[in-house]
Ligand binder design. Structure first.
Ligand SMILES: O=C(O)C(=O)Cc1ccccc1
Length: 282
């Protein structure tokens, strides 16, 4: 059996995504293994305790899931196999519908961030308490009538807790991109059929035009970027890593040639993998 780790417990958005992915694989069954952190999923994969990990990588409202990007850079031995996008619809779950009684709201930081306006209007005085996953927040709801949680309708049903409000996310079209990651296989360069290549690099020098020289390599080859993002390198304040997604656009050889040129033009280059976006349906 192929073991796939995800951010648990049962009832998280990651579990929902893992179930959809498992259905898509059909003939290659998966054992789904809940873990307590996103970094823990990727570490267990790198250590050989899992065959695959499913992790959120970016949300349409809150942006990148930093721990996913940082872990991929740090662990160095992992490759993205697939990407897919899931709609994220949040509910407010509590034992009372009288919001004046709610003193604290528990959820994953991404979910709290995606519901800021609703919280401001409906629970301006409640403490916002970040926890490791949306489903973990439900444990506190079960224990106290004075706390609420933001999680999915499915999670509320699984834990048999009352739904006070639904569709509370600030932007109705809220969605998250997930990556399915494996241990490194080959170099991660694009094969025919792959639509995206994700990379990260550091620059050789902190000097005028250093980033421009690297970006010129994409421009010279007419390679479109679907994301570019800088993250602190953690070496020194003001020192950055750049995370870039390239569109392969049916030209894997051109992207491979660009990766060769990037090896020379950057200080450290990491190829996180080349993959397709899956359509998992609703
Ligand atoms: O906490 C969860 O349920 C997760 O899977 C992480 C998450 C949180 C909010 C949106 C998407 C994924």
């Amino acid at each position: 059996m192929v073991k796939l780790g995800y951010l648990g417990p049962v009832g998280t958005y990651s579990e929902e995504a893992a179930q959809s992915y498992a259905q898509w694989r059909q003939v290659k069954p998966l054992t789904l293994i809940p873990l307590t952190t996103i970094a823990g999923c990727l570490e267990a994969l790198a250590a050989g305790e899992l065959d695959l990990a499913l992790v959120p990588s970016e949300n349409s409202v809150e942006g990148s899931v930093n721990i996913t990007l940082d872990s991929l850079w740090r662990l160095d031995t992992l490759h993205i196999q697939h990407a897919f996008i899931r709609p994220i619809v949040h509910a407010f779950i509590a034992q009372t519908a009288d919001l004046a009684q709610i003193e604290a709201v528990y959820s994953h930081p991404q979910a709290l961030g995606q519901c800021q306006r609703w919280l401001q209007v409906h629970l301006p005085h409640a403490r916002q308490c970040p926890v490791t996953s949306t489903a973990e927040g439900l444990q506190y709801v079960a224990q106290s009538k004075r706390v609420g949680a933001i999680a999915s309708v499915r999670a509320a049903q699984l834990h048999q807790l009352p739904i006070v409000a639904t569709e509370i996310q600030d932007i109705s079209d809220n969605c998250t991109r997930f990556w399915v990651v494996s241990r490194q296989q080959g170099e991660g360069w694009p094969q025919p059929g792959d639509t995206h290549t994700s990379i990260a690099f550091s620059l050789k020098a902190n000097a005028p035009g250093a980033l421009l020289k690297v970006l010129q390599l994409f421009s010279d080859r007419q390679i479109n970027l679907s994301r570019i993002e800088s993250r602190p390198s953690k070496r020194a304040l003001g020192d950055y890593l750049f995370f870039v997604d390239l569109e392969v656009n049916g030209r894997p050889d051109v992207v491979a040639d660009c990766l060769l040129a990037l090896k020379d033009a950057t200080d450290v280059l990491k190829v996180f993998g080349s993959y397709q976006f899956l359509d998992l349906g609703e």
